[in-house]
Design a protein around this ligand. Structure first.
Ligand code: 5GP
Length: 115
């Protein structure tokens, strides 16, 4: 858990609708979607940024990728989605509890890394 808005969401302190939940993570709709599908995959463990993850988090990080793929399938966007992790405020991270953005449902410009 962490003392961020996402820590409160995963602990249930702030009630939210989970699109998906398992032992290690939850998925919610982004409050300010940037695309028709914009879902956040949030580990229950509160790691502030990706670079703060440690070797003991290796299984959790793999789990998050597999969960994101399963969630994309569940949402019907498995053929075309982007997975984004913003690391650090300079990269646009605003909530310091690691999370993955699943973005889909709009045209992606070829060759762009994001956006
Ligand atoms: P970041 O910029 O840190 O990678 O992403 C944080 C994301 O969380 C943003 O896309 C923002 O819209 C979303 N967000 C911030 N607060 C809340 C909230 O209380 N509920 C939900 N569902 N999303 C939130």
């Amino acid at each position: 858990m962490s003392d961020t808005i996402f820590g409160k969401i995963v602990s249930g302190e702030i009630p939210s609708e989970f699109l998906y939940e398992d032992e290690h993570c939850v998925a919610i709709n982004d409050i300010s979607p940037q695309a028709p599908v914009h879902v956040l995959v949030i580990p229950k463990k509160g790691i502030p940024r990706l670079v703060d993850a440690q070797i003991e988090d290796q299984d959790l990080l793999g789990h998050l990728l597999l969960a994101a793929g399963n969630i994309a399938e569940q949402l019907g966007v498995a053929e075309a989605f982007r997975l984004i992790i913003n690391n650090g405020s300079g990269a646009g991270q605003t909530v310091f509890h690691l999370h993955l953005h699943i973005i889909a449902g709009r045209e992606f410009a070829e060759g762009h890394m994001a956006g």
